[in-house]
Ligand binder design. Structure first.
Ligand code: CTP
Length: 128
């Protein structure tokens, strides 16, 4: 099809301009952008930290963006291959703090690491 589908993953707590630039650059890699947002359970159990905003609020913010076409829940580290196959994804994109970590997805789609925006993060905004 003429659609080039991009997917990205993250917590997107206290939505900030670093998130916006990342999503804008991810969308520009294709024509359709899916964002997989980590659930509160996944954050606590797997990332060892809880977001300031709950999952429903984080989803509402990301869904409100015109550049975002679909929003899904991230519930496990190993759902990526299933997601890529299920949604016919062409490009997996993520910030370069994850450089090299998702190279194993290269047998399923293109993998692109996008430079992070300096001096802003959810951790800085939350203050914990
Ligand atoms: N991101 C970015 N630039 C930043 C912060 C985040 O490009 N300054 C990207 C990340 O690389 C990731 C996505 O935004 O692809 C979601 O990142 P997330 O971990 O939710 O945001 P952080 O601000 O990095 O959160 P934390 O401080 O909790 O790690």
């Amino acid at each position: 099809s003429l659609m080039i589908k991009v997917i990205t993953y993250g917590t997107f707590d206290t939505f900030h301009y670093g998130h916006f630039f990342l999503l804008e650059r991810a969308k520009a890699l294709g024509t359709h952008l899916s964002v997989c947002i980590s659930t509160d359970e996944f954050n606590i159990q797997e990332k060892g930290k809880s977001a300031k905003l709950n999952f429903v609020d984080r989803v509402r913010i990301i869904k409100s963006l015109n550049i975002v076409d679909d929003v899904y829940a991230e519930k496990s580290w190993d759902q990526k291959i299933q997601d890529i196959l299920k949604y016919n994804i062409n490009v997996f994109a993520i910030g370069d703090d994850w450089e090299g970590k998702f190279d194993y997805l290269k047998s399923y789609c293109d993998v692109v690491y996008i430079p992070r925006t300096k001096h802003v993060s959810s951790t800085l905004i939350r203050g914990y």
